[in-house]
Ligand binder design. Structure first.
Ligand code: 6PG
Length: 244
């Protein structure tokens, strides 16, 4: 059973990004061999990726041992503005000396089920010595509705346990997403949420302090089996958390 979550509250989103970059560098340097990270999508993690590519952190990472995966992807081409790969490529991948073969995008173009199966096969090949995807670090965001990765409320993916990657129809978006499943995330050694903004405060409070309602707040499903769980929040996103 994992330890209880570690919640850290910062004054700003910039400080969250810096803390996340520091965790990335520390964990990468703790690993002797390959360092496998599942990147979060959306907008919040972009600054973390930019900092990792910046002069404070870039040269403190041995990029040749880092393998970048994605926690989820929109079903769009890689050059689409909504692509999580495009965001990470602009902010980080194109800015550091990481071997092309160490970057593992999810193909968002074409048939979602086929693309999910292909990504799962790629993960199973990479983690071939393990029965689970043993990410060293999984970065996650949180939606206002309590979703994380592309595990949206009331969607099929929430109950999938036998797959590592699944295509998920999201009714409210009227589109498919491709996402790591709950067990794939929960097998991570370190799982870290990056959440900023007052608009996220109700979801943060509901997920961390509210009654268990995982169908409505899927981020409640994120409980690493043996890894650490860290919430990096800014004061606005944490504003509804009960003071200790
Ligand atoms: C995505 C993300 C998603 C994101 C949240 C928060 O593909 O959109 O995986 O889970 O982390 O929606 O997004 P923001 O950081 O943009 O608020």
């Amino acid at each position: 059973m994992s330890s209880s979550p570690c919640t850290q509250v910062f004054a700003s989103a910039e400080e969250i990004a810096d803390a996340a970059a520091q965790q990335f560098v520390e964990l990468a340097n703790e690993r002797q061999g390959r360092f496998a990270v599942a990147l979060a999508g959306g907008t919040t993690p972009r600054r973390t990726y930019e900092l990792l590519a910046g002069k404070k952190f870039r040269d403190h990472v041995e990029w040749s041992k880092v393998h970048l995966f994605f926690g989820d992807e929109r079903c769009v081409r890689q050059d689409h503005p909504d692509s999580n790969y495009r965001m990470a490529h602009e902010a980080l991948i194109s800015q550091v000396d990481i071997p092309h073969s160490n970057v593992h995008p999810i193909n968002g173009h074409g048939d979602p089920a086929t693309n999910a199966a292909h990504y799962e096969a790629e993960l199973r090949e990479y983690f071939r010595n393990s029965t689970k995807p043993a990410f060293d670090l999984v970065l996650l965001g949180l939606g206002e509705d309590g979703h994380t990765a592309s595990l949206f409320p009331q969607t099929e993916a929430l109950g999938v346990t036998e797959r590592w990657v699944i295509e998920n129809w999201v009714e409210k978006l009227q589109s498919y997403r491709i996402t790591l499943t709950v067990p794939a995330i929960n097998s991570g050694a370190h799982v870290t949420f990056l959440v900023a903004g007052a608009n996220k405060a109700p979801a943060v409070s509901g997920v961390l302090n509210g009654r268990v309602q995982t169908e409505n707040l899927p981020a409640q499903l994120i409980k690493p089996e043996a890894g650490t769980l860290t919430w990096l929040l800014d004061s606005r996103a944490a504003s509804l958390l009960q003071k200790d």
